[in-house]
Design a protein around this ligand. Structure first.
Ligand SMILES: [Zn+2]
Length: 75
């Protein structure tokens, strides 16, 4: 039975894409769970515009670049 040479490329690529999709979905679920359990907040520095996160919700967090205290933009 002759094998179409196109299938030699298309089938492994389709399998690899499916694997990548599954891995991405698993990674997304795991990282989403971790993010929720850690209760992270996102901060943007008012003076240097640096965006950073803190593991725990605090009303103010110090910018790691310039030391300015900032309020969270999203919790
Ligand atoms: Zn800053």
């Amino acid at each position: 039975m002759p094998v179409d040479p196109l299938n030699l490329i298309v089938i492994p690529m389709a399998i690899a894409l499916c694997l990548l999709f599954v891995l991405a979905a698993v990674y997304d679920v795991i990282s989403f769970r971790r993010r929720k359990s850690k209760d992270e907040s996102i901060y943007r520095c008012r003076s240097c515009r640096h965006i950073y996160t803190e593991l725990y919700r605090t009303p103010l967090a110090r910018c790691p670049k310039c030391g300015e205290q900032n309020e969270p933009i999203r919790q």
